[in-house]
Ligand binder design. Structure first.
Ligand SMILES: Cc1cc2nc3c(=O)[nH]c(=O)nc-3n(C[C@H](O)[C@H](O)[C@H](O)COP(=O)(O)OP(=O)(O)OC[C@H]3O[C@@H](n4cnc5c(N)ncnc54)[C@H](O)[C@@H]3O)c2cc1C
Length: 489
């Protein structure tokens, strides 16, 4: 048997790589972790989830200050935002979380952590900082980077991406965002609320393209009511630096008309590309497709002892997906259990206000899968706690298949991401809808909406004429105590 230096080598210290490293090391596998930056944590901690959600909170508080009167409070004339202070708070939150992702922590767990840029020298070994490290199994978890789309002029102007946006030295007066996906919408709303004039551009006919249009349109309306401007169904033709402190984006509408949009800053949020350059993957027979490294359902690449997990695989690009995939790799590579990845109930949430969360199938997916489905809804304006909170926009959609089994849920409303938690348990645990509808939920909570939507499915069955007739027949119930005509007076 070949004697490798390590049982498993992990390349990339983000959500996927850290999950594999921590699990493998604690299980007694001799583990190497290689990270090209000088700190661990990856995109989520430094340029993604953590800074974006911290920024969104600051923007939300500022928005609440400006809308104090809505809550019966005195009007507040909020002074302008000093973005340096917001950026300082973002860095402080990152620094606190960074401690959980320190080199020392993973070392204590038993892993060897090395910093530098590795390249495979053969299918079992990498070269790093002049040394060679071999491992029986490898995991590529190098994440993704923002795509620089081939737009005329983009390479000649300065623009920002998620890498720069959280450390700007001032709040831009105006911003054009290329891309109305989750990053574009979350950042667009947050910056708009902080005081930036925001325009969002996309070629699609709706924002948040993966979502059902009715829900995405409602998010758009909400953002428009804050002041965000949208230019949908347009193609970006050209960008220029006007040399006056402003940049220009020329877009062409469906009808062929060209419009010139101008702003101080351009944020590019038009998708992600896998980080595979420099790894020498073609040399060792690991195939890379247009979206990412090709893997089978056990996350093995075209070299079966090399796995890929997280954004680099080009699948669901979320931190919790990366963590889940890290667990799949541990099962296969360390326990030697042939566990397959299953994304049927992978939830996600876009943290706009209101946020939009989803698990399982939405209408779009059910339609394209040819599933005969029913939709049951419940509005947040009918939830007592939502009214008390002043958060009455949105609704929950429960999708049932032709056997009346829940196959998906979408929530547009306050705390959507957290509300999905109950559906994670219901769908994965195959909990009966009747159990959810009958379970006591605390009052007054927004979470009651989950029970309520399950209940709406049963109400027409329970309060049907057949049941009423049966009860009348067996128990001699006397029927209505108030005539319908009397109810009007
Ligand atoms: C603005 C923004 C907001 C987001 N918000 C959310 C959210 O709210 N919820 C959510 O679930 N997801 C969110 N995401 C997505 C989430 O950040 C990613 O899905 C997640 O970070 C993927 O984890 P990963 O381990 O695959 O990659 P990463 O976390 O990016 O880690 C990859 C690591 O590999 C390193 N690396 C790269 N190349 C090499 C190399 N050649 N050698 C060694 N190391 C290398 C990188 O430096 C990095 O540390 C957001 C992303 C962005 C950009």
């Amino acid at each position: 048997m070949t004697n490798y230096d390590f049982d498993i080598g992990v390349i990339g210290g983000g959500a996927a790589g850290l999950t594999v490293t921590s699990g493998s090391a604690q299980l007694g596998a001799k583990t190497l972790l290689v990270e090209k930056e000088s700190v661990l944590g990856g995109d989520c901690l430094h340029y993604g989830c953590v800074p974006s959600k911290t920024l969104i909170k600051s923007a939300h508080v500022y928005h609440m200050m400006k809308h104090a009167e809505k809550y019966g409070l005195p009007r507040v004339d909020a002074p302008p935002v000093d973005f340096k202070q917001v950026a300082r708070r973002i860095q402080a939150v990152i620094a606190t979380i960074q401690k959980h992702d320190s080199k020392e922590r993973f070392c204590r767990l038993g892993a060897h952590v090395a910093f530098g840029t590795p390249a495979f020298v053969d299918a079992h070994a990498i070269g790093l900082n002049g040394a060679t490290y071999s491992a029986k199994n490898w995991v590529i978890a190098t994440g993704s980077s923002p795509v620089a789309p081939p737009i005329d002029g983009l390479d000649r102007i300065s623009y920002i991406t998620n890498k720069e946006i959280f450390s700007l030295d001032h709040l831009p007066k105006s911003m054009i965002i290329l891309g109305a996906g989750p990053i574009g919408c979350e950042m667009g709303q947050a910056f708009n609320r902080l005081g930036t004039q925001v325009q969002i551009v996309d070629r699609a006919n709706q924002i948040l393209g993966k979502e059902d249009k009715d829900l995405a349109d409602e998010v758009q309306l909400s953002m428009q009511s804050d002041g965000v401007e949208f230019h949908l169904e347009v193609s970006v033709e050209k960008v220029n630096d006007l040399g006056t402190g402003e940049k220009e984006v020329l877009v062409k509408e469906k009808n062929g008309q060209e419009i010139s949009l101008k702003a101080e800053t351009i944020l590019v949020a038009m998708g992600r590309r896998p980080n595979t350059e420099g790894l020498n993957l073609d040399h060792i027979g690991v195939d890379v497709g247009p979206r990412g490294i090709k893997v089978d359902n056990r996350l093995r690449t075209t070299q079966k002892h090399i796995y890929a997990a997280g954004d680099v695989g080009g699948g669901f690009q979320f931190t919790h997906a990366a963590g889940y995939e890290g667990g799949i790799v541990i099962s296969n590579a360390i326990f030697h259990l042939p566990r397959k990845a299953d994304y049927t109930y992978l939830p996600w949430c876009t943290f706009t206000d209101p946020p939009l969360g989803s698990i399982g199938m939405n209408e779009k997916m059910a339609k394209s899968a040819g599933i005969d489905y029913q939709v049951w809804t419940e509005n947040f304006k009918d939830n007592d706690r939502s009214l008390a909170e002043g958060e009455e926009t949105g609704w929950i959609k429960m999708i049932l298949d032709d056997k009346e089994k829940p196959i998906g849920v979408q929530i547009l409303g306050p705390g959507a991401g957290d509300l999905l938690g109950e559906w994670v348990a219901v769908l994965n645990g195959k909990v009966k809808l009747s159990t959810l509808a009958a379970a006591i939920h605390p009052y007054p909570t927004i979470g009651e909406i989950n029970k309520k939507v399950a209940g709406t499915y049963f109400s027409p069955k329970i309060f049907s004429d057949r049941i009423k007739k049966g009860l009348k027949f067996f128990f001699h119930l006397k029927g209505r105590a108030c005539g319908l005509d009397e109810c009007e007076s």
